[in-house]
Design a protein around this ligand. Sequence first.
Ligand code: FAD
Length: 382
Amino acid sequence: MDFNPCTKHQLIRKSVREFAENEIKPHVSDLDREARFPWEIVEKMKPLNFFGLQTPREYGGADLDTISYAIVIEEISRVSAALGLCVTVHNSVGIYPILKFGTKTQKTTFVPDLAGGARIGAFCLTEANAGSDAGGVETHAVEVADGYVLNGTKIFVTNGGVCGTILVFAVSETEAKKGLASVFIVEKERPGFSVGEIEDLCGMRANPVSSLFFEDCKVPHENLLGRMGQGIKIGLSALDTGRIGIAAQALGIAQAAFEAAASYAKERQQFSRPISKFQTIQNYLADIATEIDASRLLLYRAAARKDSGQPFSAESSMAKLHCSATARKVTDLAVQIHGGYGYSKEYDVERYFRDAKVTQIYEGTSEVQKLVIARSILSQPS
Ligand SMILES: Cc1cc2nc3c(=O)[nH]c(=O)nc-3n(C[C@H](O)[C@H](O)[C@H](O)COP(=O)(O)OP(=O)(O)OC[C@H]3O[C@@H](n4cnc5c(N)ncnc54)[C@H](O)[C@@H]3O)c2cc1C
């Protein structure tokens, strides 16, 4: 067991940090305030392989291991959680299911454009009546001679306003009775597909989260991912890997809040001394540092298990559960350490505080992560 990062992981962290500090940080407050997706930054990210992080080289990706992937998401999210969200959703639940369940033709047709960033990926499971309960999907697929016709509305789709290739969960009549679903790959140009209003969110405001509409939207048979009825299996597998990305995103937010809080505590003077001299503030910083370290260890363990081919479902849920709770706690304390200034948009901790909350909600709420973990515990022989 080696707790030291290898040279490759150190170099990846250094280069992504430099990129994020130089290219993203100067714009991040404006992007949040204007709720604007930064296409100009995305253009700079494309040639650096941010959109094909774990995609094999034959499809134009960087073929990174999962620890490297987590480090990249952590470092982007340390500066912009909204861009971290875009990149992690695109790479994990956007591309990974095609790589894992797709045919050779589907991989060669869809993955190179995604990996090169020419198309942004989206993953559409959630509907008005299907949130934590994926079995409630009502979007339906009817098979016709030359493909499938989709009808339904997906809500809260990350990257919704900018997506090019979309994975859509839908049920056919026979599947609905069995509680099964299927996944269809939909290109944004398909007639019948349209994008709803961009959500006015509390945080992650630079990500264009939106509803997506499918009205008699026809896709050819070749766009069915996996087999009919395999949707839940594909979804659960995608979310196991996706949760590593959300855990990394939460960790990046927590790390940023920690750095801001520690530096403010050393500068801010009250009662004729820096507030870092007060035991209470020191306790806050000690708690924050400990929670962040524990989160990072859980995250890298889940990533390492995935890389070594071991089961990692419970471990990725534990990482997501703990990292997101840490992000909430740390951003709360970072605002507290900043006092009234922390509640002002002049300071980044206000944004970290808003961004952190949703990491406990998407890709499975914290309550759902506990169900996954408990299921794993109870399935072990006693
Ligand atoms: C910014 C943002 C981006 C998102 N991006 C995507 C995306 O790209 N693709 C996508 O498909 N979805 C996306 N979502 C949706 C997200 O995954 C869902 O909001 C989430 O799964 C919870 O579903 P829900 O909102 O319907 O809440 P509900 O399922 O209605 O849950 C409400 C509450 O009940 C609890 N609860 C529900 N069931 C149980 C249970 N069995 N046991 C205990 N407690 C339970 C929940 O934990 C929660 O506290 C996004 C959401 C947001 C806010």
